[in-house]
Ligand binder design. Structure first.
Ligand SMILES: Cc1cc2nc3c(=O)[nH]c(=O)nc-3n(C[C@H](O)[C@H](O)[C@H](O)COP(=O)(O)OP(=O)(O)OC[C@H]3O[C@@H](n4cnc5c(N)ncnc54)[C@H](O)[C@@H]3O)c2cc1C
Length: 486
């Protein structure tokens, strides 16, 4: 039986941020994730924006944690060597009547504590965003908005947590939780027994960060007071040759249920348009549609008319885990020691580091003795990405290790050295390599490099090619050649 002080369920950006934060304390902690790798849930399918806090009610938990997360991400990205680009956001309007709505947003955001806000006019927009529609009359400029790779952030957080002693169990779908009698010497906590498809664990505290499935985990301990409803967002990625389309993150006025269709540039430099916002039934429905595309194109072109459907090179859908209007982050009184971190829809990526700190405070208030480690390793060595290096730096790197000069993915300029590094950092699937390195994420979608990457993966992990998968069990690429096959 594996016994821990805390078990975190869910290895998305929220679970990994909590892992890193709690790994700074003298505690025995494990993270359980059902997928073969971390960040394969909602955290892999989002816009990657670090929001400034302009679109959340001043009194909301979401708003507060968004603002704090925006501030924390700067230090965390520096410590963990993850690139964060503070490029600023513009919420644009098309009529003088709408300007009053901008002023209201500005006022609300200032009450929340967002700094540097400014309403800019057409002349400013013409100079700084020449491709915007001439019908846009003004915009709310928020300089603290930025962009990050959501999965690189999650991987860096988890790597650092592991360095600090946290244990990660992947392919560990939580199937059942038994609440045993409260343990006296732990004060106000319980003893839980968690059964996964592989193991049984005991723990005194559970952090439920299971994203779309947080309601089902909560029901396992008898807490049924919320339900997660998936809200789909379809996103469309454009070719990098259009990378100068916009300089800032371009938003329309937000609606009641979403921030609207936006035009942004990802951390890798591709323009991206979307997402839609459509309530769906199925938590696994990641399909995209012609209607979704038409809607996104129409709304994006209203702001940036030169956007061309022909430049779309990839598309995907993500599901927002919607519960209440606000995030649900609380220790459940009925089950001492069980902490729900649920309904973490946007801006969950931004808020993740602040959510992690809040969870730490909740644990302390609920009886957990938390003593900081003196030898907490705050920093992580930055991963080398050839495409980010100046020519002279790349040359120097290749001279020291020739595998960095062996280009595997031509579209994104990713070398064999980077792929091997990703595998050493924990990648075991093709998607895991894509998310860490960008290999297979370019215009040819891996048409030229997939077989080569598979061979490197097989060699480095000592597995046959037939065991290599795109994203875990059931997504094998090469079938075993068996005599009894037709
Ligand atoms: C289209 C879209 C765009 C978005 N854009 C932004 C943005 O630009 N900026 C922003 O701040 N936010 C954005 N968000 C929101 C953000 O992506 C989420 O808030 C965040 O990723 C939630 O992370 P999480 O860790 O809670 O969930 P997940 O990443 O889903 O993590 C939960 C994990 O739990 C695991 N799990 C589930 N059930 C079990 C079980 N029984 N046993 C073990 N493991 C289990 C899952 O496999 C998963 O890995 C966007 C969301 C969408 C859908």
């Amino acid at each position: 039986m594996n016994k821990y002080d805390i078990i975190i369920i869910g290895g998305g950006v929220v679970g990994t941020a909590i892992s890193r934060e709690l790994s700074s304390y003298k505690l025995k902690i494990a993270l359980l994730e059902k997928e073969e790798e971390l960040a394969f849930g909602v955290s892999k399918s989002n816009s990657g924006i670090i929001h400034p806090g302009t679109q959340n009610r001043p009194g909301s938990l979401k708003g507060r944690l968004c603002l704090q997360g925006n501030a924390l991400i700067r230090e965390i990205s520096r410590d963990l060597g993850v690139e964060f680009k503070e490029i600023g956001e513009l919420i644009v309007v098309f009529s003088q009547e709408e300007v009053s709505r901008l002023l209201q947003l500005k006022q609300e955001a200032e009450i929340l504590g967002v700094s540097g806000l400014e309403v800019v006019d057409q002349a400013w927009l013409k100079e700084h965003e020449p491709n915007l529609s001439r019908e846009i009359v003004a915009a709310l400029y928020a300089p603290t908005a930025g962009i990050i790779s959501p999965y690189r952030l999650a991987y860096a957080l988890s790597e650092n947590a592991v360095l600090n002693g946290l244990e990660i169990y992947t392919q560990s779908l939580v199937q059942n939780i038994l609440v045993m009698t409260p343990v006296r010497h732990f004060g106000s906590t319980s003893l839980f027994e968690i059964t996964t498809e592989r193991n049984t664990f005991q723990t005194n505290y559970i952090i439920n960060a299971a994203g779309l499935y947080a309601d089902e985990i909560s029901q396992m301990v008898g807490i049924n007071n919320f339900q997660i409803r998936p809200r789909k967002g379809e996103e469309f990625l454009l070719d990098k040759k259009q990378q100068d389309l916009t300089n800032h993150l371009i938003f329309p006025l937000p609606t009641k249920i979403s921030k609207g269709v936006i035009v942004i540039k990802t951390f890798a430099g591709n323009p991206m348009i979307g997402p839609t916002a459509e309530d769906v039934e199925n938590k696994e429905d990641l399909s995209t549609s012609e209607q979704g595309l038409e809607k996104v194109i129409r709304m994006a072109q209203r702001m940036v008319p030169s956007i061309d459907k022909k430049d779309i090179i990839a598309y995907f859908a993500g599901l927002r885990p919607v519960a209440d209007d606000d995030f649900i982050i609380r220790c459940e009184d009925k089950v001492p020691g069980f902490v729900n971190v649920a309904g973490i829809q946007s801006p969950g990526l931004t808020a993740a580091p602040a959510i992690a700190q809040l969870v730490g405070r909740i644990l302390k208030q609920n009886g957990l003795v938390m003593e900081k480690k003196k030898d907490f390793y705050r920093q992580r060595k930055k991963t080398v990405h050839l495409s980010n290096l100046a020519f002279s730096q790349a040359k120097e790197l290749i001279q020291t290790d020739r595998s960095f000069g062996d280009i595997v993915c031509r579209c994104e300029m990713v070398s064999a050295g980077e792929i091997r590094e990703a595998i050493r950092q924990g990648a075991v699937t093709l998607d895991g390599i894509k998310f860490r390195t960008q290999a297979q994420a370019g215009r040819c979608h891996g048409g030229f490099c997939t077989t080569r990457i598979m061979k490197i993966l097989a060699q480095e992990t000592n597995r046959p090619l037939t065991a290599i998968t795109k994203r875990g069990r059931g997504s094998e690429i090469v079938k075993e050649d068996r005599a009894d096959d037709d």
